[in-house]
Design a protein around this ligand. Structure first.
Ligand code: GRF
Length: 197
């Protein structure tokens, strides 16, 4: 069984999709979520993890003097949990160099657009979907990619499109894209597991 750690900051619907897929989806019998790390103590993702009896770790960047010591504590928890793969699921920070070095090719992120379009610093949440609507795009989608030291530039693992209608509001686009995210994140994890096995 591959052990997955998930890093979150918010609602955790992707975390839930990953957990569900380990119980009755594409990751069943292949992987399990062993740790959820949140940099936001009020993240609903933490409640989801607790309901699933998954170990959680809350950490606040404010309590650390620099990124290095903050990331070192996260890395310690990942290693204690013996995580094989790290999934960023709505985690609102860059993962530090020490974590990237410890998990080469094993840290995944999901982005709610068809990268390389609509990615980069400041392109998150509703801003992505607002930009897509403003540009009158006929389609959007979701991308799972490897994490690197910048925003949304790592190698793409899996991408899927959704058709948009000219009437779609940013909220409507967000809803369509989130549904796709929940499908492709477990599939992308499976792909990575098959490659590292
Ligand atoms: C998702 O749209 C994901 O693509 C982005 O942040 C959002 C997280 O949503 N990186 P959730 O917390 O998984 O519900």
């Amino acid at each position: 069984m591959i052990k997955i750690a998930v890093l979150v900051s918010g609602g955790g619907s992707n975390l839930q999709a990953i957990i569900d897929s380990t119980k009755k989806g594409v990751l069943k019998g292949l992987a399990k979520v062993v740790l959820v790390v949140s940099n936001n103590v009020t993240a609903y993702a933490i409640e989801r993890a607790e309901k699933e009896k998954i170990k959680t770790f809350c950490i606040e960047r404010n309590y650390y003097s620099d990124d290095k010591t903050y990331n070192a504590d996260i890395l310690k928890k990942l290693q204690e949990a013996k995580a094989d793969i790290v999934c960023l699921a709505g985690y609102m920070r860059i993962v530090g160099g020490n974590i990237l070095e410890a998990y080469p090719g094993k840290i995944l992120n999901i982005h709610p657009a068809l990268l390389p379009k609509y990615g980069g610093k400041g392109m998150f949440g509703h801003r992505v979907h607002e930009a897509v609507v403003a540009a009158k795009e006929a389609k959007s989608g979701a991308t799972v990619h490897f994490a690197d030291e910048t925003y949304d530039t790592g190698q793409i693992i899996l991408q899927r499109e959704v058709e948009l209608s000219p009437k779609d509001t940013p909220q409507a686009v967000a809803k369509k894209v989130l549904e796709i995210e929940h499908q492709i994140y477990p599939e992308a994890i499976k792909k990575v597991i098959e490659e590292i096995k």
